[in-house]
Design a protein around this ligand. Structure first.
Ligand code: FE2
Ligand code: FE2
Length: 137
């Protein structure tokens, strides 16, 4: 998930799509568990979701900051502001995941936790769109 694959719009977008689709599927499952009033199942899904965001997206964004973004700004200094905005999106995702992890201490899925998971999806979708726009075909 690093190096040249991230520089190409097509392969990078494919990485985004797989991760976001999985997150949306899990979020839908979480919503269904909450609707059916199955708190134990909801709890298990929430744990899988947190792990998903940490191991997929947060690792992906780390690799971008270490490699892709540096290369983008080096090659195209005019993109500096756009890249700074993308890093800010990453920070929002990290903060939201940290907030969810904190809420996990309550040992149940609260409405607030669900909203935070849903927010992550929306931030990520907008972020991916902006990021892909900076990449070459
Ligand atoms: Fe990113
Ligand atoms: Fe990305």
């Amino acid at each position: 998930m690093s190096g040249p694959a991230l520089l190409k719009k097509h392969s990078h977008a494919a990485i985004h799509e797989v991760a976001i689709n999985e997150a949306v599927e899990l979020l839908d499952l979480l919503a269904a568990c909450l609707e059916r009033k199955e708190p134990e199942k909801a709890w298990k899904v929430a744990l899988v979701l947190v792990e998903h965001w940490e191991t997929r997206t947060l690792r992906h964004v780390e690799a971008e900051e270490e490699g892709l973004y540096k290369k983008l700004v080096e090659d195209h200094p005019e993109l500096k502001d756009e890249v700074t905005a993308l890093i800010r999106d990453h920070q929002l995702m990290r903060k939201t995941v940290a907030k969810i992890k904190n809420m996990l201490r309550e040992q149940h899925v609260s409405k607030e936790m669900f909203r935070a998971f849903a927010a992550l999806v929306e931030i990520d979708l907008l972020h991916n769109e902006a990021e892909e726009a900076l990449l070459m075909e």
